[in-house]
Design a protein around this ligand. Structure first.
Ligand SMILES: C[S@@+](CC[C@H](N)C(=O)[O-])C[C@H]1O[C@@H](n2cnc3c(N)ncnc32)[C@H](O)[C@@H]1O
Length: 205
């Protein structure tokens, strides 16, 4: 897995890189909103996915505080807040803090997910969700995180990269030290009753 200090410009690729630096260790080619529009909804692709999530899980996302684990620059926090969700994020990358827009800055906790969750009382959140977050953790960390999140919230939802999210064996091999690569069925078995959705889910296409 990627250590905390390596979630920096080599990971996100937001800033231009210089010289011989090896770029984008985690597979990103520049982190940000995807500047392509979904044909039917007319929404930019990330906003399209977040709107689908909101519509399908509205019951989880209204009447209480919601937390996104590993919220990066707060794109989903921003979209959910625009939809009326009382959404916060937690993001541990030091590098990313300067890229969080001012309108979401007050809602993003700069901490590790575990440290932040330990700092709030049980049941503090109505829901906790992770978007491409669980694959950043080792198996033992996933188990501990799921238990902690269940204590701190009524509902959880996890959207995961799965084995099929990687285009080929070479890419899977290259990223195997960065992410916990599992099939969707394996992720769903770990999550049990908790909704666990592939980032490639057909609803997002
Ligand atoms: C694969 S990125 C996904 C970002 C965003 N959720 C999205 O889907 O666009 C995972 C994010 O989780 C953050 N992260 C990983 N482990 C973390 C931890 N233990 N605590 C807080 N943030 C973490 C990383 O810094 C990174 O920004």
């Amino acid at each position: 897995m990627i250590p905390h200090e390596d979630y920096n410009k080599l990971y996100y690729g937001i800033e231009p890189l210089q010289g011989d630096e090896e770029i984008h260790i985690g597979g990103y080619r520049g982190y940000g909103r995807i500047d392509v529009f979904h044909a039917e909804s007319g929404l930019e692709l990330t906003k399209h996915r977040n709107t689908i999530l909101y519509n399908d899980y509205q019951e989880y996302l209204t009447d209480g505080k919601v937390l996104e684990l590993g919220s990066a620059t707060g794109i989903t926090v921003e979209d959910f807040r625009e939809l009326g969700v009382d959404c916060e994020g937690v993001e541990w990358s030091d590098y990313l803090q300067d890229f969080i827009p001012a309108n979401v800055r007050p809602y993003i906790h700069h901490a590790s997910a575990v440290d932040h969750l330990m700092s709030v009382p049980d049941g503090h959140y109505k829901s906790i969700f992770g978007l491409r977050f669980l694959p950043c953790l080792t198996d033992d960390e996933v188990t501990a995180l799921l238990t902690l999140a269940a204590a701190k919230s009524e509902y959880q939802i996890y959207i995961v990269d799965d084995y099929d999210s990687y285009p080929d064996d070479e890419t899977r091999e290259r990223l195997t030290d960065c992410y916990n690569i599992k099939t969707l069925e394996q992720w769903q078995a770990i999550c049990g009753e908790i909704p666990c959705i592939s980032i490639l889910d057909e609803r997002f296409q």
